[in-house]
Design a protein around this ligand. Structure first.
Ligand code: ZN
Length: 232
């Protein structure tokens, strides 16, 4: 029954949702597509405000809400972990309509995540894609602590864990770590996911090659609040 429900979602409901979204006023963005360099600078500045406890909570009032009801043009797409301590809008101190956020445990790029990113690229004009992992990620920890052939608890958990295990294997990481926060492993997972997006999605790859999309990798420190960025 669960498999059938998932099939129904992925085959019918999710595409219909995307179609419905595409029919919404998204085709009339309230802002022009933004320069990815400026958007990244805005994220870095917002993160510094967050780190120092100086949040501005920008663009979150009724006027912005009303304007955004007519359409959206988020400056950045953020693929990040579903962890409750890692909300991109908060830790980058951004407002309504600023970020198109795709969140999933372990910030992996499965079919629904890739499709969501492609939708934002095709319809919303975003030109910056941030893949963000974080220290002490439960999904990464599960991948490191689940021996090959052992179940993580359910078929879907197994798929998630094995995807991260593949990512770590691709980056030549052993499935053991002395660092309880698994910082390097979380970074390796981000690197593999960013590369995965280019390989799996023609829309992503073409835009990167044309210079219309910048992919930036990042990792969030749970205790300092600092986001570290890097590119390849
Ligand atoms: Zn996580």
């Amino acid at each position: 029954m669960m498999v059938r429900a998932q099939w129904l979602f992925h085959s019918l409901i999710f595409p219909l949702c995307l179609l419905a979204c595409a029919e919404m006023p998204a085709s009339h963005p309230v802002r022009q597509a933004q320069d990815p360099v400026n958007v990244l600078e805005s994220l870095k500045n917002g993160n510094q405000r967050f780190v120092h406890g100086e949040l501005l909570h920008p663009r979150q009032g009724p006027d912005e809400r009303l304007a955004l009801a007519k359409g959206q043009a988020p400056g950045a797409i953020v693929l990040s972990c579903a962890d409750s301590r890692v909300p991109p809008e908060v830790l980058f101190d951004q407002g309504l309509g600023d970020l198109f956020v795709v969140r999933v445990a372990g910030n992996i790029a499965g079919p629904a995540e890739v499709a969501s990113i492609e939708y934002a690229l095709e319809h919303l004009g975003s030109r910056l894609l941030v893949v963000m992992g974080h220290d002490s990620c439960g999904a990464v920890n599960a991948a490191l602590s689940t021996p090959p052939g052992k179940s993580a608890g359910s078929p879907d958990l197994d798929r998630l864990v094995s995807e991260i295990q593949r990512n770590l294997a691709r980056e030549h990481f052993q499935l053991k770590s002395a660092d309880p926060a698994n910082h390097n492993q979380a970074m390796a997972n981000v690197d593999a996911v960013a590369e995965d997006l280019r390989q799996r999605s023609e829309i992503v790859r073409e835009r990167v090659e044309k210079g219309d999309l910048r992919i930036v990798r990042s990792i969030y420190d749970l205790s300092t609040g600092q986001v570290e960025f890097w590119s390849r």
